[in-house]
Design a protein around this ligand. Structure first.
Ligand code: KIV
Length: 302
């Protein structure tokens, strides 16, 4: 039986997923599962459900903070949400997404910021976007003892260069370049690689050529694992849903329904009822009233 499958042990604890254990699934032909989280309750639920890895993605900027893209997300925002996730998850491998301009300006800054994810954010690995142009940065971060997950294909931090959130690697030339980038990132020391919005057969080819696990999002069935943005999967992000997302719930509609019922209950004075109110013993109440010097409760309590 796999050490990574969502087995509940006698002590009700799953075994901790390390980067090593994460990688070991590939040669065993076992699929890897990853989802994003940005807060404590989501991390708790994912961990209890048996997820292999939790990514605190910079998708935070869009699905939680309401920005148009991921570019405004800062290190401080990422670390704040990483800490919340780390408090909720016990077994899942925790990966922090390095935000725009936290690793591009210099290799030294990249190492320091990657280190902050482990030291201040409670993460166990970082993810960063880009191919050959990031190979030296990856090598330096890994040399500092920090596991790095790569990210190729649709790299949202380059949205302005890519001309929008659109699939990548669809020409022979672009596909060849992506394959080369993947091999370079593996050689630089990445322990795993996200492939986002690339043709399924290209993702499968890359996955076969690499010995590190690939994690696909909009990249078909041939990857070694799958990831989605949790808010897309839950139907919590209502602005748009990428074609490759499968919705497992419609929580935005469910939230709106619950909020509507609450407003109706309060407006109609049905809530809070006795069941949802706090009481005090009668004798204490009587003592209070008698101490109010014969004045009624409404006169004495202001
Ligand atoms: O930020 C994010 O959530 C990601 C995933 C889409 C892989 O990078």
């Amino acid at each position: 039986m796999s050490t990574l499958s969502p087995v509940v042990t006698a002590s009700n604890e799953r075994k901790k997923v390390t980067t090593h254990a994460f990688q070991q699934k590939k040669p065993r032909g076992e699929i890897l599962t990853m989802l994003t989280a940005y807060d404590y309750p989501t991390a708790l639920a994912l961990d209890r459900a048996g997820i292999d890895a939790i990514l605190v993605g910079d998708s935070l900027g869009m699905v939680v903070l309401g920005y148009q893209n991921t570019l405004p997300v800062t290190m401080e925002a990422m670390l704040h949400h990483c800490r919340a996730v780390a408090r909720g998850a016990r077994a899942a491998l925790l990966i922090g997404d390095m935000p725009f301009m936290s690793y591009q300006a210099s290799i030294e800054e990249a190492i320091r910021n990657a280190g902050r994810f482990l030291q201040e954010g409670g993460m166990e690995a970082v993810k960063l976007e880009g191919g050959r142009e990031r190979a030296e940065t990856v090598r330096a971060i890994v040399a500092a003892g920090i596991p790095v997950m790569g990210h190729l294909g649709l790299t949202p931090q380059s949205v302005n260069q890519l001309g929008g959130f659109r699939p990548q690697g669809r020409t022979a030339e672009a596909a060849q370049r992506l394959l080369e980038d993947a091999l370079l990132l593996e050689e630089a020391g990445c322990f795993s690689l996200v492939l986002e919005s690339v043709p399924a057969r290209l993702a499968e080819l890359v996955s076969r050529r690499l010995s590190i696990p690939t994690i696909g999002i909009g990249a078909g069935m041939g990857c070694d694992g799958q990831v989605l943005v949790t808010h897309d999967l839950l139907g919590l992000f209502d602005r748009f849903t990428p074609k490759f997302v499968k919705r497992y719930a419609d929580l935005h509609a469910e939230m709106q329904r619950a909020f509507g019922e609450y407003i109706a209950d309060v407006t109609a004075r049905r809530f809070p009822d006795a069941e949802h109110s706090v009481e005090m013993p009668d004798e204490e109440w009587e003592a209070l009233l008698s101490g109010l010097d014969g004045r009624g409760p409404s006169q004495g309590l202001n």
